[in-house]
Design a protein around this ligand. Structure first.
Ligand SMILES: Nc1ncnc2c1ncn2[C@@H]1O[C@H](COP(=O)(O)OP(=O)(O)OP(=O)(O)O)[C@@H](O)[C@H]1O
Ligand SMILES: [Mg+2]
Length: 232
């Protein structure tokens, strides 16, 4: 029997067959502004508010203050003050300290009983490794460590392609247990947001393209909606 960690995000758990697989690690891939950070934040917020699971947001980019400001602005109906610093912790990994990322994680996870982790983004983490082999080894060890700590994680990855027929994959995509692709594709005079699950080890999942919106109440994913547009 597979244990699930529901995201709580409307529509997403249905696509995942009930939620993320516990102790597995999923990459959220997409171009700029596709909603990667937003999805990560919502996973933690809903974990805390709906499932009483504590979350840790590890940023390599923005300061915790900036992240909180952005989240409060976007999801302005949510009870942030009830959860921030208690059920949702936000930290920035110091740029010269990525070697200690595992120790830092362990400290937070064990000290606070954290169950959900978001790393934003792997793209920046990768910059600190001189070669691909070293990065691959570290990433592999990091994912194992998070699994041993009973955590289920999301990690963002910048990928500025808007085509599904891409044949070039990054090493993160092979190492991770799951991949969610976010697209922001042209449609007539506008663009629409589309979510796709590319891989999810140990579980069946939807293979459909699902349109979604970013709203002040979180992502609204429509698993049943028909997707029309030029995404190929
Ligand atoms: N109040 C809002 N209502 C609807 N959409 C919003 C709102 N606020 C922000 N957005 C959308 O969310 C997008 C930002 O999403 P997010 O920061 O999660 O993207 P990202 O994939 O992490 O981007 P990056 O690669 O730059 O980090 C904005 O570009 C905007 O289109
Ligand atoms: Mg982002």
């Amino acid at each position: 029997m597979i244990e699930r960690v529901p995201s709580g995000i409307p529509g997403l758990d249905q696509l995942l067959g009930g939620g993320f697989v516990k102790k597995r690690h999923t990459i959220v891939c997409g171009g700029p502004g596709t909603g990667k950070t937003t999805l990560g934040f919502e996973y933690l917020y809903r974990g805390a508010s709906q499932y009483k699971e504590k979350g840790l947001f590890m940023s390599l980019e923005q300061s915790p203050e900036r992240i909180v400001e952005g989240a409060k602005n976007l999801f302005n109906k949510w009870e942030w003050d009830k959860h921030l610093g208690k059920n949702i912790m936000i930290t920035r990994i110091p740029l010269d300290d990525f070697n200690n990322i595992q120790d830092l994680l362990r400290e937070y996870v064990e000290g606070n009983n954290v169950k959900r982790i978001v790393i934003d983004s792997l793209t920046l983490l990768k910059l600190y490794f001189r070669n691909q082999d070293a990065y691959r080894k570290h990433l592999y060890e990091l994912l194992n460590a998070m699994g041993e700590m009973e955590c289920t994680s999301l990690m963002t990855l910048e990928k500025s392609v808007n085509k599904r027929t891409i044949t070039q994959y990054e090493i993160e995509e092979f190492i991770s247990d799951g991949i969610i692709n976010l697209y922001f594709v042209p449609k007539e005079r506008d663009r629409i947001r589309v979510l796709e699950i590319l891989k999810m080890r140990d579980t069946d999942h939807s293979t459909r393209l699902s349109p979604f919106r970013i709203t002040t109440d979180g992502l609204m994913i429509s698993p049943e909606a028909q997707m029309f547009g030029n995404i190929d």
